[in-house]
Design a protein. Structure first.
Length: 457
């Protein structure tokens, strides 16, 4: 059969409140036009994030009932550790309450002021945690990743020549680790090839620099390697994931993505000394090393979810359903990052709204308009999230891209929900010339996109 169906049945439903245009306008005003500040009850289709929004399976709910809440030495941790080690293979597995906690602990132990950390593209919390300890986060995506509309199988790759040049320029002593994010979330959800990870590892090994993987969407990345990279079409997705992690010295993971869980994460390393330092910090700020800020039931849900994320019928459906959204809106003229990724579609708001200047935040304007039109919540990945400031003048410098991410929660929405999103996007596209930009009237010094308030220009 050519038709790819959802490889699951619906067992429990949650009602959606259908809001009116007047209600949505009032909600926008109250939220200061920041979609993070909306009440979820006022959202019809929530594509803000795929993090922690998955629908858990019957097996995960059964695992939750097995959860053991012992403070130390819980069998829930044993099952969690066994599942993580089976896929990731690292010696030390440290649970955390979510991925950003793993980032904070890693960077607090390895990094300090004057350090430089390259990545294909850092996401928001990764960059913020590095900058908080005084390190510099440097993005070096491959050249193909800069051309949003063109197709390339692995636009998430790291630029190898740029990595080598950066190490030579700064010296290996100033680079405590290299990170590579799979899939490359800020770069349009694009996958990284096995060949690229292997080449990055070779450069790191030459300069005695550890390689860490931001593994949030490891299963989706492994699926794309199988589908697109020569030599992997007859391999299991799980074996591809295991090969990926064998190339690394450690990883950070938010289990709220390809762990199919609503909370949780972990930090892994093969370094005995570093693991002891990380566990000491974990105890201080997260919890004992056999629970790390999580309930035992959450550890059990993650243990099951990590394995389910590698089921190939699920991954085939996941990739096809995301592409369905991207293909339909792009055929109608909406500019998106091509090809569609695994977890989200990224609309190129700068191209769609060329009349809005970059520092009037076209991606924010498009996100607001989608909510106003149909109650769809998305997220801006542009100059609100990633603008920099000139070190001399202090002037704000726009981000390289102005993207709106439509992140699709795993196993949560049906095709009719996605058809609704398509219809809404095309309605907004038809009247795109009438959309106005925004100015920021209130912001925080870090991660301002979470709490900023806006007004129309």
């Amino acid at each position: 059969m050519r038709t790819i169906i959802e490889p699951f049945r619906v067992k429990v439903v949650e009602p959606i409140r259908l809001t009116s245009p007047e209600e949505r306008e009032a909600a926008l005003v109250e939220a200061g036009y920041n979609l993070f500040k909306l009440h979820s009850r006022d959202v019809i289709i929530d594509l803000l994030t795929d993090s922690g929004t998955s629908a858990m399976s019957a097996e995960q709910w059964a695992a939750i009932m097995r959860g053991d809440e012992s403070y130390a030495g819980s069998p829930s941790f044993d099952r969690f550790e066994e599942s993580v080690r089976d896929i990731f293979g690292f010696k030390h597995i440290i649970p955390t309450h979510q991925g950003r906690a793993a980032e904070r602990i890693l960077f607090s132990t390895l990094c300090h002021k004057g350090h430089v950390v390259p990545n294909n593209t850092h996401f928001d919390t990764t960059r913020a945690n590095l900058e908080y300890v005084g390190a510099e986060a440097v993005d070096i995506p491959c050249a193909e990743g800069h051309v949003l509309a063109e197709h390339h199988p692995f636009k998430g790759n790291m630029d190898l020549e740029a990595l080598e040049a950066l190490i030579v320029r700064h010296g290996a002593g100033r680079i405590p680790l290299v990170m590579i994010t799979i899939t490359n979330n800020s770069g349009g959800g694009q996958p990284v090839s096995m060949a690229n990870v292997r080449a990055v590892k070779a450069i790191c090994a030459k300069h005695d620099i550890p390689l860490y993987i931001d593994a949030c969407r490891f299963a989706e990345n492994a699926w794309f390697i199988r589908a697109r990279e020569p030599g992997y079409s007859d391999r299991s997705v799980k074996s591809i994931a295991q090969e990926l992690f064998a190339l690394a010295d450690g990883c950070t993971m938010s289990a709220k993505k390809d762990g199919l869980a609503n909370i949780g994460g972990f930090l892994c390393t093969n370094d005995d000394v570093l693991a002891r330092q990380e566990k000491d910090l974990l105890i201080l700020t997260e919890g004992f090393p056999t629970y790390g800020g999580l309930a035992g039931r959450d550890l059990d849900a993650i243990a099951v979810g990590l394995q389910e994320a590698l089921h190939e019928d699920y991954l085939a459906y996941r990739a096809a359903s995301t592409a369905y959204l991207g293909d339909h809106i792009s055929k109608a003229g909406v500019p998106i990052v091509q090809p569609p990724g695994g977890h989200a579609i990224y609309v190129d708001a700068a191209t769609m709204l060329p009349h809005i200047p970059r520092l009037e935040y076209p991606a924010q304007a498009l996100s607001v308009e989608l909510y106003r039109e149909a109650g769809i919540r998305t997220v801006e990945i542009g100059s609100v999230m990633f603008a920099r400031h000139d070190p001399i003048t202090g002037a704000e410098l726009p981000a390289p891209n102005e993207l709106v991410r439509l992140a699709i929660p795993r196993r949560a929405y049906s095709q009719s929900h996605i058809d609704y999103v398509i219809e809404a996007m095309l309605e907004v596209f038809e009247r795109r010339e009438s959309i106005r930009g925004f100015r920021i009237v209130e912001q925080a010094p870090f991660l301002r996109h979470f709490s900023a308030r806006f007004e129309h220009c």
